[in-house]
Every structure is written in C-alpha cells, then in structure tokens.
Design a protein around this ligand. Structure first.
Ligand SMILES: Cc1cc2nc3c(=O)[nH]c(=O)nc-3n(C[C@H](O)[C@H](O)[C@H](O)COP(=O)(O)OP(=O)(O)OC[C@H]3O[C@@H](n4cnc5c(N)ncnc54)[C@H](O)[C@@H]3O)c2cc1C
Length: 1016
C-alpha cells in the first residue's frame, strides 16, 4: 500500500471529514442531476426505461453496434426486428412504434431506418463531439466559452493495416495544426489556460498507441516499440513545435506495460527529455497501478522533467473480466467496485504527494472520488491550479458546472470522428452509463442518498467482506476440482517472454542427438536413421531417430500384446491418475516442450504454447472421463442384475500428424492408454523428437514401458506393417484424406490369424470456409480470417482456406484483408515477431508453390507476399490471397495445407451456404454476421463438425469445443469430447439371475452399497 510521508501526518478522520464537506458542497451546487429542461434528462429517462431488462439492453447495444454498417432501409428494419422483435412485450413504449412499423413493409422500413439512424446519431452526438475537424473546433470553442478546457480524441481503434495507422498519424497531426492555429488568437481564459507555473497549452490531444501500428503485441516488444515510435515521434515533434499537449491514453491490460515502455522511450529521446507537455493514464481498477506509479515517479525524476498523470478507474472492466475468464488467466482488475474506488483514492494520494513530478489530472465523474482528491490536495497544501479534473464529453455536465463554480480547472475529453469507428467508444459509454455500478446512474437516476454516494469505499468493503465470507463457506464444500482448460501463456508478461527465450536457448544446445526405438522399454537402434530438420533453417538437424520397418513393427505388436492383460486390468482410476500425472509433468516442462515444437515443426511461440496446453488438457480431460466411464451402468430389476461396463480393445496403433506435434499424439495416445489399451506410437517423421519426449513423460508418470512403444519409421514401411498386422485391434489416425482412407480400407480386411474387426478412428482434412455477411464487423472479420487462414502458415486441419464474402461487402473486405495480410511477418518460428512460419518440409513447400501457380489461372492474385532472402534458408512461402475464385475451381475444392486463401463472391446468404457446403469435406466453418436471423440460418444449414460464429475457426479447446468433422473429413468422432473414449473401448453387459427359489437380495440395499463403493 502507498503511504507517503505526509499522508502519515494527515489524520484519516480529518481527511474523511473534509471529503464529506467538499462532496456535500458539490452536491449542493449540482442539485442532483439534470433538470427536465435538459435534453440529457429525457435521454437518461428513456435509457433507464429501456435498459432495465438486461436482455433488451444487450440486444439494443448490438443493434446500435451494427447500425452504421447497414446499407439499406430494409436491412435496418429487419435487424431491428431480429434483435428486438422477440422481446417486444418487454421493450419500452418508445421502441414499440418502430417495431410495428418495421413489420409493415417498404414504406415502414424507410421510416424505421430514418428514425433509428437519427435516434442513434442523437445519442452518439451526446458523447461524440463531431465528425470533422471543423465540428471538433466548433465544439471545443463552445466548451471554452463555458469555461471548460478540452482534450481532443481522434476516434479510431482496431487499426489493422499500415495504411490505417498512417492515416491515424496523419489525422492527429492535422488536428493539432488545425486547432493550434485556430485557437492561438482566441482570448485567454485564465481558469483553463494557466496553472500555478504559467500558461498551459490550449490544445490538448489524447491518442491511443495501438492506433499507430496494426500489430501492437508485447510478444515482439522491440519491433512494436520501433514501429510505434516511428509514427509517434513526428506527432510529438509537431505538438512540441506548435505548443500543444499530448496525452497517451491507456487501453486494455495486455497493452499496458508496452504502452508505458513506449511512452518512456519516446520521452527519453534527446528532443523530448525536457518536454513537460505530455501525459499518460493510470487505471485504478488494476491492483498493480500502485507499483506502476512508483516506477513512473522514479523514471520521471531520472528524466528531470515532470509529466501529467491522468488517474482514471478504467474503461475496459467488463472486457478484462470476460477475457480472463475465457482464457483461464488471473483477472487483472479488481473484482469489486469498492476496491477500484479505494485504489483510486490511494493512487490519488500518491499523485498529490508527488505533484511536482507527476502532475495530477483526476479523470472521474464520481463526486466522492473527486472530493477525496480535492480534500487530499487541500490538506497537503497542493495549489488548486496545479492539478485538474477531467471528464468525458456528454457525461456529468452538472458536475462540470459545479466544479467550475468552485473555480476548478475542468478538462473535457472530447472525441470526434466518423460514426463507424466511433461505435466502440459510444457503446462503451452506454455500457458505463447504464451499469448498476455507475456512480452517475446512482446519483442522477437511482436517487441513492448523498450520504451513501459519499461513503468511504473502505467502509463499503467492510460490508462486502461479510457477504463474501458466507459464500466462501459454501464453496469449500466442493469436492474434486472439475476439469479446467490449461490457460495459454500470457506473453504480454515480460517474465513469460524471458523464460521462453532462455528455454529456446537451452533446447538449442540439445539439438542433433540420436533417439532409439523403445520396445517394451528396450532401446533398439537400427542401421539407418531418419533425420528431423528445422523447417525454418534446413542446416539444423533437430534430431535423428532409429527407423522401424516390418521386423520392428512385428516385435512391437508382440510386446504390446504381452503387456495387454496386466495394463487393462490395472484399475481405471489408477490408469487415470497416471495420465493426470503426465499432465503435471508437461506443465512443469511447458516452455521446454514448446521450444522443441518451435525448432522441430516451425511453430511460432504462441502456437507452440497453445499446443502444449492442449496436450495437458487432453491428459487431464481423458483421465477424468475414464473415471466417469469406468462406473458400470446398472439396469437391475428384482431378481436380476444387469451391469454394462467398458472393456479395453487391445493393441492400439497411434499414427499422428506433425502439425499439432504434442497435442494430437498426446490426445490419441492417452485416450487409448487410459481406456486400458496398450499403445504403439508411430510418430510423424517430421515430429518424431517431440513424440520421444511425450513417451518419456508418460513412462515417467507411470505407464509401464511395455504398455507404450515408441516406433518412429516411415508411413509406408512401419506404418503399413502395423495397420496390416492381425494383432492390432485399433488404429487412431489423424492426417491426410488419402492416407486415412487407405488405412480404413486396409484395416477393414481381416488378415490370417485375426479374429476381430479393427476399429479405425480417422480424422482427415478440410476445405474450411468462413462466410462474411454484408453487415459483418469487418475489423473483426479481417483479423479473424487472417488468424484462421495464416496462423501456423495455414497448416492446421481447421484452417480457413476459402472465404465467401457477400456482394455488399466483397470489395471492401477484400481490400482491407489484403492490406492487413501484407503486414504479416513471415520468418523463422523462434523469432517472436513471426506470424507466418515455414512450411513443414520441402515437399509441402513445392506442393504449395504448384498450387500458387494454379491459383493465378483460377482467379486474380490479390496478394502474394514476397519472402525475400528467406527462400534459401527454409521452407518458407508467403501468404497468398486469390480473389474471384469460382466455387468449383481446384483451389476452392482441394486441401492445400499452406497459406493460400481463395476469396469467393456470393450473391446472398443462400448462395454463400451452397458454396460453403459444396466440397467433400465438413470439418470447420464460420460466419461473421450481425444479423440474428442469418446467424440462426447458418447454425442450421452450414454442415460442418465445428462451426464458429463471429470468431476465428481454429483453436478448438478440449471439452469446450470437441473437435472433428464428417463427410470426407473424418469418421465423426470428436476428440476432446465426452464420447471420445468410448471409441477406444468395447462394452460388455453381464446379466445375473439372483433369484433362488423365489428369494432375491433387496434391490435398494444393493443400490446403496454400489453408490458408496469407490469407482474403478
Ligand atoms: C477524461 C477521461 C479520460 C479517460 N481516459 C481513459 C483511458 O485512457 N483509459 C481508460 O481505461 N479509461 C479512461 N477513462 C474512463 C474511466 O476509466 C472510467 O471508465 C469512467 O470515467 C468511469 O469512472 P468514474 O469514476 O467516472 O465512475 P464510477 O461509476 O465511480 O466508476 C465506474 C468504474 O468503476 C470500475 N468498475 C465498475 N464495476 C466494477 C467492479 N465490479 N469491480 C471493480 N471495478 C469496477 C470501472 O473502471 C468503471 O468504469 C477516462 C475517463 C475520463 C473522465
């Protein structure tokens, strides 16, 4: 906790007393909210009525979000009906009229569209100061006339191409120039144009660093810093020359450290070290903000020139909370509002204590928070004009007036820009204003008492503590932890990056070794070896393995059969705990396993990390599933017991691919093992070394050596020998369609000496499509398509290789897609900046190059990225986007397994679905749309194993998204789902007649005895 020296001298009672006095005085001036004569009063009443029902609120926000992209009146009317029609009886009266109009046809639609657009514009204008620099100038002049300073914010988030980042920079500089020249000759207003030291810049600009580069990513921090500085320094230069102030806003938590690093780096440049007209934002909802302020202070002292710190609570609370919950990461923000408020007060005390270095700007509409800051300043003798209060345009106008009345400098954050990029900002403000936690809502709508509004947050916290304790008592009664997905590594944390970098270095020193076969625990070397190369650097041998052929396959099957009885009779819960232990070992070697993937399979950092996490998930999930399935299912009747229970199949051959080098082999192997089968793992040649580590881990966890054989070899040699062998009961395969169908065919034929039917589990290819509806959010669609198509260079079976855009957005989508794809970095996987790594081997590269040539004849090449020097180093191919492709073209039908994306045009959703379903495959698919009716239609009619709505189509998570397709994509099993283990088992039913001469045991007693028996 921050405890500056003078705070220790300041009595808490005195501080609280002054806070209440100042707060009451402000409320006296405010008079509890806007009056009925204010426009905002009516807006707020309307909002309150509408937002009372949470479902209506969400639907209305979604409609507002989609509105700017809707081109026709019919489309506006149909969207309104789709979003709100079903809840018509719950929406407030003012929406019922438009809903009724929307139903009556063309004339009604026109009226509805015009009402909806003008209504949204009316609401947006409350928070957005104008669309053009001229409108912005008029607004800031009007603010100044009311005694308010301003900071202009250029709306625009989610920059996805270099061109868009250039435009943002250009617009920032244009705005600075326009405002400084216009305001220079305006008369000075001392309250806002001077502080305790002299004149202040009249023009104040707030900007977002993520808008200065399409790739703002902490994983490649150095490159991001460089790119952002290239655009930021000229803005600083121009601001300094023209005497303007620049504030760097704070965005999502993932960007915070990098934002601070860039801010510091820019201001340590020789031209800016002595520049004081700059500021940055601190968010009190982050517990670590206290530490950040301390280190900012240290840095500012070192620099020798003060800066301004705008202290806010933070605008992304819902986002941060949801995202962390989705990813399984610790939630970075305080979970309770009072904690944020209390931290705001602590940080405020720190700023006031050090106001000479960190000039405070208190950004809040909360009268308690502001009154506390003002009381602290007063008690610490900080001059009134050495700090300022900041508020958002359109929020808390009566508070602004009250503060001006008290002679305070108030600065209004004034966003301006086009409505489309403004929607994210507008919806954030609506969310904030209608949140139950909002101070403004409580003050002006809900009519909480002034005493409650001014309550010390710590006091509220004490009450919370009591409520929480009673909940914790209930939680502690929970038994075994349920399955939880292993969180991916958060590489925005410097520690994670350092650890990965060091581990890559360490693993590099272990490359080039030789690995034997492991049959029944015995190491077997062969005369010749298979070599695994780093696909990004063909001069590097990752490792060499022995090469199994028919005799070794024969020995492996014999060993696996011999071990079968003992392993299958090992109690299920014991097998499960061994597999769960393997998950633990993987967790402890997490970075090391990822590093092997980087070198052996060219997986970029995040992809490699996600693969290891998925392997851990498979182990943990199947272990729990086995415990669940091991319970026999009883269907007893008086005098007869019936028990159905699982049984291992026997010897399982596992043939995984190289593209998920740990997760897929781990998933198939552990599913087979945990269900009591012995396993022969024939790894992909290109990923044989990672498979070696998997086998080591499983043995270390307690899988008997004889129950798991490591048998690297060629598919057509060892693979075929295993598939044909009469002693094999099950083959689990993931890979190409051709090989999968061949395995299925061969396995179907009984061999001499074989007295069973082989079970084949085959996951094969895909020709996956994403549909882009004409109302799609293109910022998200472009990013989602890029990730799905070019992540791991398009070498995932779930990758998107066709994108079908509806007529209305085709051109715009294609242009933005190509702009964004142009900036994807192609390179070796160990470089954290790489997005598109190498292809797995020369054969893959040659195949993709051949398809690229074909593509040029089947469509127009819209983007073909140049890979320059990389060609000679590894199997690199840059992203290729081909437009105007016909649905039956080969590049729209055949699986390519590389960074090649075909873009197809569809008249409407019907045609898009026809194209999407028009291949031999049915693995993954997706749609970007904001029409609830279209989303429903796609859910019903897009027939694929895994369908994703408004998100990328790769990255399925165990348990949450069981993975697998049908048609020629696979046999229909779902890896990572609750039915998967059953595929690896037989079931047996035992019926016993328990009646002897009319007497049978009591059924209820037997039931109770069973329920209390341990599983296994
Ligand atoms: C001039 C200005 C500039 C701003 N710039 C930025 C910026 O650069 N970056 C940024 O992120 N925000 C910025 N904001 C927005 C700010 O962070 C707040 O979202 C907004 O001001 C509301 O806070 P409040 O104190 O006015 O209202 P209050 O109603 O007192 O507080 C609302 C805030 O409390 C927090 N909160 C809500 N629910 C919970 C909960 N359950 N647990 C914990 N905390 C919770 C959230 O931060 C929420 O916004 C800015 C605000 C102003 C006034």
């Amino acid at each position: 906790m921050l405890a500056p020296p003078s705070e220790r001298l300041m009595s808490p009672d005195l501080l609280q007393r002054r806070t209440l006095e100042i707060g009451h005085a402000l409320f006296d001036r405010i008079g509890r909210g806007p009056s009925v004569w204010d426009r905002s009063w009516w807006d707020d009443r309307l909002m309150d009525m509408t937002m009372d029902d949470p479902q209506v609120k969400v639907q209305l926000f979604r409609f507002i979000d989609a509105l700017p992209t809707l081109r026709s009146a019919d489309s506006v009317a149909s969207h309104l009906l789709e979003y709100l029609g079903q809840a018509e009886d719950r929406v407030s009266w003012w929406l019922r009229g438009p809903l009724a109009l929307a139903r009556i046809g063309r004339l009604g639609s026109r009226l509805v569209a015009s009402l909806a657009r003008s209504g949204a514009l009316h609401m947006a204008r409350r928070f957005i100061a104008g669309e053009t620099p001229q409108e912005a100038l008029a607004t800031v002049r009007a603010l100044r006339l009311r005694g308010l300073a301003f900071t202009a914010d250029l709306l625009g988030e989610a920059v996805i191409s270099e061109a868009e980042a250039d435009l943002y920079q250009h617009n920032c500089m244009k705005l600075i120039r326009a405002l400084t020249s216009a305001l220079a000759s305006d008369p000075e207003i001392p309250l806002i144009d001077r502080d305790h030291e002299g004149p202040l810049p009249r023009v104040n600009l707030s900007l977002k660093l993520t808008s200065l580069t399409p790739r703002f990513d902490a994983l490649h921090a150095e490159a991001t810093v460089e790119r952002v500085l290239d655009r930021l320094l000229p803005i600083f230069q121009s601001a300094r020359q023209l005497g303007a102030f620049v504030n760097v806003d704070m965005e999502q938590f993932a960007y915070k450290d990098l934002t601070l690093a860039i801010f510091r780096s820019a201001l340590c440049e020789p031209g800016f070290r002595d520049w004081a007209d700059v500021g940055v934002v601190a968010q009190a909802y982050l517990p670590e903000t206290e530490d950040d302020l301390r280190s900012l202070l240290e840095w500012v002292r070192g620099r020798g020139t003060p800066i301004t710190v705008r202290l806010v609570k933070g605008a992304y609370w819902d986002y941060e909370t949801l995202l962390a919950q989705q990813l399984g990461w610790p939630i970075p923000v305080y979970p309770e509002k009072w904690r944020t408020d209390a931290n705001f007060e602590r940080c405020c005390r720190f700023l006031m204590e050090h106001h000479n270095w960190l000039r405070p700007a208190l950004g809040s509409h909360n009268v308690r928070s502001l009154a506390h800051g003002m009381a602290v300043a007063e008690l610490m003798n900080v001059p009134n004009d050495s700090y300022e209060i900041q508020m958002l345009y359109g929020m808390g106008d009566p508070i602004q007036r009250a503060l001006i009345g008290e002679g305070r400098r108030v600065r209004v954050y004034t966003p301006y820009g086009a409505m489309l990029p403004g929607m994210a900002y507008f919806v954030r403000r609506l969310l904030e204003n209608t949140s139950n936690e909002s101070f403004l809502k409580a003050s002006f709508s809900a009519r909480t008492s002034v005493d409650d509004l001014l309550k010390d947050p710590e006091e509220t916290g004490a009450m919370w503590g009591k409520k929480r304790r009673s909940k914790a008592e209930v939680d502690s009664t929970l038994s075994l932890p349920p399955f939880r997905n292993e969180p991916h590594t958060d590489f925005s944390r410097p520690k994670a990056r350092e650890e990965m970098r060091a581990t890559l270095q360490k693993v590099r020193g272990e490359l080039g070794r030789s690995y034997p076969l492991l049959i029944a625990g015995a190491e077997t070397h062969t005369a010749d070896e298979l070599t695994s190369l780093d696909p990004g650097d063909l001069s590097t041998v990752v490792g060499r393995t022995a090469r199994a052929r028919s005799p070794e396959a024969e020995a492996a099957v014999a060993a696996a059969r011999a071990a079968g009885e003992s392993w299958s009779r090992t109690p299920a819960d014991q097998r499960a705990s061994i597999i769960a232990r393997a998950a633990e070992i993987m967790r402890s070697r997490r970075f090391e396993l990822a590093a092997w993937e980087v070198y052996e399979c060219g997986k970029p950092w995040r992809e490699a990390d996600a693969d290891v996490a998925e392997a851990i998930d498979f182990c943990d999930f199947y272990a729990r599933e086995m415990i669940r399935l091991a319970h026999p299912v009883h269907r007893d009747v008086p005098g007869e017991t019936n028990a159905t229970e699982p049984l291992a199949r026997g010897v399982a051959v596992v043939i995984p691919p190289w593209n998920f080098p740990l997760a897929i082999p781990a998933g198939m192997t552990t599913a087979a093992l945990v269900s009591g089968n012995t396993v022969i793992l024939k790894p992909a040649e290109q990923a044989a070394i990672i498979a070696w580590h998997l086998v080591q881990i499983l043995h270390e966890a307690g899988v008997p050596p004889a129950a798991l054989t490591y048998l690297p070899g060629r598919g057509e040699e060892a693979g075929q020998a295993l598939v044909d062998h009469p002693g094999v009961n099950l083959i689990a395969f993931t890979g190409s369609r051709a090989v999968g169908l061949e395995i299925n065919r061969r396995a179907a034929e009984p061999r001499p000496g074989q007295n069973h039917v082989k079970r084949v589990i085959a996951e094969m290819g895909g020709k996956n499509a994403i549909i882009i509806d004409d109302d799609a959010d293109l910022d998200e669609a472009v990013v989602g398509v890029l990730e799905s198509a070019f992540g791991y260079a398009g070498q995932k079976c779930s990758a998107c290789s066709r994108v079908i855009a509806l007529d209305g957005v085709y051109e715009l989508f294609l242009a933005r897609l190509c702009d964004a794809a142009r900036d994807l970095t192609v390179g070796p996987a160990d470089d954290p900046e790489t997005v598109v790594g190498p292809l797995i081997d020369a054969e893959a590269r040659d195949r993709v190059i051949a398809y690229a040539k074909l593509a040029a004849t089947e469509g127009q090449v819209a983007l073909s990225a140049d890979i320059g020097q990389l060609a000679g180093r590894g199997n690199f191919v840059g992203p290729l986007i081909v437009a105007g492709v016909e649905p039956r073209a080969r590049i729209a039908q055949e699986e390519i397994f590389g960074p090649v994306l075909a873009v197809l045009r569809a008249r409407d959703l019907d045609e898009a679905l026809l194209i999407a379903n028009g291949t031999d495959y049915a693995l993954t698919g997706g749609v970007y749309s904001r029409s609830p009716a279209h989303i429903d239609r796609v859910k019903r009619d897009f027939l694929v194993g895994n369908l994703y709505i408004n998100r990328p189509i790769t990255g399925a998570l165990v348990d949450r998204q069981p993975f697998g397709g049908f048609k020629l994509s696979g046999i229909g099993t779902k890896a990572g789902g609750s039915d998967y283990l059953r595929e690896f088992m037989l079931t047996r039913t035992v019926t016993e007649n328990t009646m002897r001469r009319g007497f049978a045991p009591d059924l209820e007693e037997a039931e109770t005895a069973r329920a209390t028996a341990p599983p296994g």
